[in-house]
Design a protein around this ligand. Structure first.
Ligand SMILES: [Zn+2]
Length: 267
């Protein structure tokens, strides 16, 4: 069984075919797909979608790129949504949260401060409710790590990991796994491919980030959660694991996901 640890299955790019996507992935052996939320607006959407298939579960959080349009009291609404979701076994983490410094306007000034405020507040919610976090980390590895050292949460996943080996080591020390997906399928992604090949296998989880980060064979068409086994084959190739051992690779990466998202075993 494979696990897609990061998929925006509620996205409009799927043209309403959300459940068909989940079923197509299940037919390919994707036994679980984690749906992160991005803003208060879509909390109800991801939880309702996850309720409709056995291979879906969800997280609740405010994505760094949605912080600018979020209201101050959205953090309180997130807290209320978490309290409500706690009895639901399909609710597995706080996410997607983090810091995105890709665009210059986000690197400084009020938008940067607001991102840091929302990130810290959401880490505190994860700590309060003893929940793992799904992290969006773009040009922000060291600051993400700085806050993780201050506000200790029970680990989680650094999604679409694209840092150094040293930063990878720091995330692992703090109880995190690192998400690898479509980016690893491009020959020019030298650093990501080196990480995927050389990091300890128990640090790695798989993800699509669908409909984004399409693998090389789909690009620029939208990505789908049923691509996970083929992405897993790329990981096997990079690590020189024979394809006859693909089932073991699926099992190992899925066990890694379950280790950091313990509620997955209940859902
Ligand atoms: Zn995402």
């Amino acid at each position: 069984m494979w696990i897609d640890t990061h998929c925006h299955l509620d996205a409009t790019e799927f043209g309403g075919q959300h459940l068909e996507q989940a079923d197509a992935a299940a037919a390919q052996g994707v036994g679980m797909i984690v749906l992160p939320a991005v803003a208060v607006d879509n909390f109800a959407t991801v939880s309702a979608l996850a309720a409709q298939r056995a291979n879906l579960c969800y997280a609740l959080g405010i994505h760094p790129l949605y912080v600018a349009q979020s209201a101050d009291d959205d953090l309180e609404r997130l807290r209320e949504a978490i309290v409500q979701a706690l009895p639901d076994p399909r609710f597995v983490a706080v996410g997607e949260i983090g810091l995105d410094f890709f665009i210059p306007e986000l690197q400084q000034g009020p938008l940067r401060q607001r991102q840091e405020h929302f990130y810290q507040a959401q880490l505190k919610l994860a700590r309060e409710f003893d929940l793992p976090v799904l992290l969006h980390v773009r040009r922000s590895q060291d600051i993400i790590l700085k806050y993780l050292r201050r506000i200790s949460v029970p680990g989680g996943i650094a999604h679409a990991f694209n840092g150094s080996f040293q930063q990878a080591g720091h995330f692992v020390e703090l109880g995190f796994k690192l998400g690898f997906g479509g980016a690893m399928t491009f020959p020019r992604s030298l650093q990501i491919r080196r990480l995927a090949a050389q990091l300890p296998l128990d640090a790695i989880v798989l993800e699509t980030d669908a409909p984004d980060i399409s693998p090389a064979w789909l690009h620029p068409a939208p990505n789908h959660p049923d691509q996970i086994p083929r992405i897993g084959e790329v990981l096997a190739g990079l690590r020189e694991i024979p394809l006859t051992q693909l089932a073991q690779l699926a099992q190992a990466t899925s066990a890694n996901a379950q280790a950091v998202l313990p509620r997955l075993t209940r859902s």
